[in-house]
Design a protein. Structure first.
Length: 474
């Protein structure tokens, strides 16, 4: 069972991809900003803890007891005097602890309250962990929130029990600011996506309007009506698409026209021998001589029909990419071989006019076929004894293979049509021929298959010269 999914228009797909890309980009920006803010918070806290502990560590050897004018004799008094002189940040606690590790520490604190949360001096478990810790810096994950701390221990050499100076920082409020910024960015990103949806829908519709015209035009095209074209506006890719589509329609229109002409001409050419065959078979009597003559005539017409069909198949194959198969060929050798082959076509004064001694890439069999066809054409339009020249020459970056005769020549009004299928020209060059008018069309197809061309030129002294021109790079 085949499951069919609804078709999604290009407009919707473009908009969806745009929204996905923007959502990812805006989300990445918001996450990055939050990460940077959180990193800045951590960095500031680390700097603050380092600064506070450094200041206290400098105070220990340099501090002066205001009562005695000398060194502090107890850690307790040192901590009290120092804490009285300090101003803590709103989220910062400065504490003093006295007592040996393992005992419950005595706490010396500043007389101030935190704006939020539970202060460290009220959290006996956290105080005990810091008091017993051998580290100078640390982080506590408490149910009330994260706590960053640092401490400087004071040895008993100052007198009395040992003590420690503790700096504790509660980062929740500053982290909340970073989170608020993050959510604000997400909200703004949502608004931007909504605006992008509207603007993108309108812009995509405007950009794809010519594409919809292309689709509509293609749906309305029929074999009988290929005249519709798309209006081209602007100089962007859509305009280029419209121009390309119009050019394709031009080619299709020409192809259908040529097809209709081809079918009409082929039907006409095949209808004549079929009529002749049918007429002779219907009139054939019992006389053996009459039957023999009828069989001869019918066989001749059937052979002509077979040649027409073979030529039609050859021309149909000319549209295939493998119609010609170029390979390196010595042009002098090819020209000489053609000359030897065509000498048997008729009693003419055959002349090898000249050869180009170079190597070119071409299909030797197809090129021989074209040259033999041109020689056969020359034989049909000359009389016995007339001269026909075969040759090749190099002309700059191209080579030319030619067949020149000294017959009656071709009138200018016929020069434009003789290479078309089933066209022999409005006037004849002399001798009647039995061909279907496909020979020169085959020559033209072979030349174009080599990315070259076939030309008709006048022969000096009278006659016609057919020239196959090929680029040497082909």
């Amino acid at each position: 069972m085949t499951v069919s999914f609804p078709r999604i228009s290009a407009r919707v797909r473009i908009l969806l991809w745009l929204l996905v890309v923007m959502a990812v980009a805006l989300g990445a920006v918001a996450v990055t900003v939050r990460s940077i803010l959180q990193r800045d918070v951590d960095h500031r806290i680390s700097q603050l803890l380092t600064q506070e502990t450094g200041e206290f560590a400098n105070f220990v050897p340099q501090g002066v007891d205001p009562d005695t004018g000398g060194r502090f004799d107890t850690a307790d008094k040192l901590l009290r005097i120092y804490l009285q002189r300090q101003y803590a940040d709103p989220d910062e606690e400065l504490l003093g602890m006295t007592g040996r590790p393992g005992d419950k520490p005595g706490v010396i604190r500043q007389r101030r309250e935190l704006p939020q949360g539970i202060a460290l001096w009220q959290d006996d478990a956290s105080l005990a962990r810091i008091h017993t810790s051998k580290d100078s810096f640390g982080t506590l994950d408490r149910p009330q929130g994260e706590l960053r701390w640092a401490k400087v221990e004071i040895g008993p050499s100052t007198g009395g029990q040992p003590g420690a100076f503790v700096v504790a920082f509660h980062p929740e409020r500053e982290r909340a600011v970073a989170d608020k910024t993050f959510w604000t960015l997400l909200a703004l990103s949502g608004v931007a996506l909504l605006m992008t949806t509207g603007i993108g829908w309108a812009v995509a519709g405007r950009i794809l309007a010519p594409v919809r015209i292309v689709r509509t035009t293609a749906a309305e095209l029929t074999e009988q009506d290929l005249t519709r074209r798309i209006p081209v506006e602007g100089r962007d890719d859509i305009a280029a698409l419209a121009e390309t589509f119009n050019a394709m329609l031009d080619r299709l229109e020409r192809a259908f026209a040529a097809q209709r002409v081809f079918v009409d001409d082929a039907g006409h050419e095949l209808r004549t021998p079929i009529t002749i065959v049918r007429g002779h078979l219907e009139l054939m009597g019992d006389d053996p001589a009459d039957r023999e003559e009828t069989v001869r005539l019918v066989t001749d017409e059937l052979d002509r029909m077979s040649r027409i069909v073979e030529d039609l198949l050859l021309l149909a194959g000319a549209e295939r990419p493998d119609f010609v198969r170029p390979e390196p060929v010595q042009l002098a050798e090819l020209t000489a071989d053609v000359y030897v082959k065509v000498r048997t076509l008729g009693d003419r004064e055959w002349q090898l006019d000249g050869v180009a001694d170079l190597e070119v890439r071409l299909d030797e069999q197809r090129m021989t076929q074209a040259m033999v066809q041109l020689a056969q054409n020359a034989v049909q339009h000359t009389v016995p004894g007339q001269r026909i020249r075969i040759g090749s020459r190099a002309e700059g970056d191209r080579v030319e293979l030619y067949v020149a005769d000294h017959g009656p020549g071709i009138p200018p009004e016929d020069a434009e049509v003789i290479f078309e299928r089933f066209r022999r020209g409005t006037s004849r060059r002399g001798t009647r021929t039995s061909g279907a008018g496909l020979g020169l069309a085959i020559v033209k197809a072979i030349a174009e298959g080599h990315h070259g061309r076939v030309e008709l030129r006048r022969t000096e002294g009278g006659g016609a010269t057919f020239v196959l021109t090929l680029e040497t790079a082909s």
